[in-house]
Design a protein around this ligand. Structure first.
Ligand code: MG
Length: 158
């Protein structure tokens, strides 16, 4: 069995008038993430980790923000496409682990729903999808609630 590992990072600005979608789950909050797509920062970090594991570049290459077809795109649909790409090359997810960094809102109650959604799209078991949430201890732009960031590591096996 061969293994490949990849990591991904993303950050989006928090603004009013946008929905907050993380891991495909809409979370009630007075601010949402700004971006060309639905700005699902967690899903973007996971996609970059999957692509990175196979040295396939990043999501900006496959879904450029300049392309109008990705405007307000459901990031889970993009994730399904990245998963198909990985599967077509003979690889599958062994497991992934991720961290969302957000000062507010409290994300812990929403993590099980995010894991369910991502596992469903990736066609893996829920126990292969790790999602954690932490604050930035009020430090920096994330700590000032100007944005939400996410980190992900994905292990692929053939
Ligand atoms: Mg992004």
């Amino acid at each position: 069995m061969n293994l490949r590992i990849g990591n991904g990072y993303d950050i989006h600005q928090l603004v009013s008038g946008r929905r907050l979608i993380l891991g495909g789950v809409e979370i009630p909050h007075h601010l949402g993430l700004l971006g060309h797509s639905d700005a699902d920062v967690l899903t973007h970090a996971i996609m970059d980790a999957m692509l990175g594991a196979l040295s396939l570049g990043d999501i900006g290459h496959y879904f450029p923000p300049t392309d109008p077809q990705w405007k307000d795109a459901d990031s889970l649909k993009l994730l399904a496409q990245v998963n198909q790409l990985i599967l077509s090359k003979g690889w599958r997810i062994s497991n992934l682990d991720s961290v969302i960094v957000a000062e507010r809102p409290k994300l812990k109650p929403h993590l099980p729903a995010m894991r369910d959604r991502l596992a469903e799209v990736l066609q893996v078991n829920v126990d292969q999808v790790g999602i954690k949430a932490t604050t930035n201890e009020k430090l920096g732009p994330v700590g000032r609630e100007e944005g939400i960031a996410a980190h992900a590591v994905v292990l692929l096996q053939d």
